[in-house]
Write a protein that binds this ligand. Sequence first.
Ligand SMILES: Nc1ncnc2c1ncn2[C@@H]1O[C@H](COP(=O)(O)OP(=O)(O)OP(=O)(O)O)[C@@H](O)[C@H]1O
Ligand SMILES: [Mg+2]
Length: 374
Amino acid sequence: MSSEIAHEMPQASEESPAVKIDGVAKSFSGAVALEPVWLKIRRGEFLTLLGPSGCGKTTLLNLISGFLEADRGELFIGDELVTQVPPHRREIGIVFQNYALFPHMNVAQNVAYGLRTRRVPRAETAERVREALALVKLQDFADRRPKQLSGGQQQRVALARALVIRPRVLLLDEPFSALDRNLRTAMQVELKEIQSRLGLTTVFVTHDQSEALSLSDRIAVMSRGQIRQIGTPSEIYDHPQSHFVSQFVGDANMFRATRQPAAGTAVAVDVGGTSYGFTPYQNDLPAAGPVTLFVRPEQCRLTAAGEGGAVPATVALSVYQGSYAELHLECAAAEEGRVMLRVPASEALAAGTSVGIHLPENGAAIFAPEGDAA
Ligand SMILES: Nc1ncnc2c1ncn2[C@@H]1O[C@H](COP(=O)(O)OP(=O)(O)OP(=O)(O)O)[C@@H](O)[C@H]1O
Ligand SMILES: [Mg+2]
């Protein structure tokens, strides 16, 4: 019996994506907000759109929800072509940054709204509203008005209102950015729990990289209307493929370097007079000539000044952070002249101390110097 059921279950690879975005693009009066995007969002996936202000995150979300009409391309939800389907027929749940609750309705009425417009019978509506409020732990607040709730509670009402319709996809546009740090962290954990429990396909917009890294199955990093890179949080953090992505996600040390012509897969560069060879992780290497060398702070090691193979630097500032200290170094070979390393607090060094920076054998990359165009 169970084997028959298993037989009927489609394999993950055969299963159609929850959302398929096929060359969808959008301009506003001739100004491009979103270049053509191709993207498949998997069923049950938590996908985050991450990027700086104005890069097109909300535009892409609004194209999925149907609030915006695409200039070109096609959009599928499940197997259904929805490019021409109005927002309320797409069966999508949406949560905005500013809650957008109806002020004159109480919590239960706010949550029931999507069921009323769908003409769900009264008894079923009451039951589903109860369920949704329990899911966000607000069962005791059904009779309150939005203005009698804290920001975090209001955002949970907005989430319950989105979930109650049992959406095929949940879209959230910077939902926690108005909340203070502790509340934001608590809400992130709650959202992630609810999302994985329901197996809900979710598209989450943020410009906060730590929020993206902690919540997502995959992150799509955007800039200037394009997806620059898409991958798991660790693929994005450990193996950024461009200057832009390496700087936007996590702390990055960037050095001005010259790539030497070399055979094989190893890379040889000159970093301000220091020769450095390593095996890069990246797919596409820039040609010999001026490049930017990228290394994460945790991959750099501090050595004594003058040690062979180390890049010379001077301690400018040591910032105590409790369990560790951030050493800000002046370094002639670094872009902007600065490098940052973390050391155990007990090993912090005084400003003015000369040191060397030892670069790693793996984990570094080189990018074209005008990297943010890549
Ligand atoms: N209705 C509109 N009319 C004209 N231009 C718009 C409109 N909506 C967005 N834009 C422009 O499109 C570009 C992308 O905007 P979008 O709102 O998608 O950015 P975003 O990544 O969500 O930014 P933020 O993080 O600030 O919310 C911006 O240059 C913006 O000014
Ligand atoms: Mg936005």
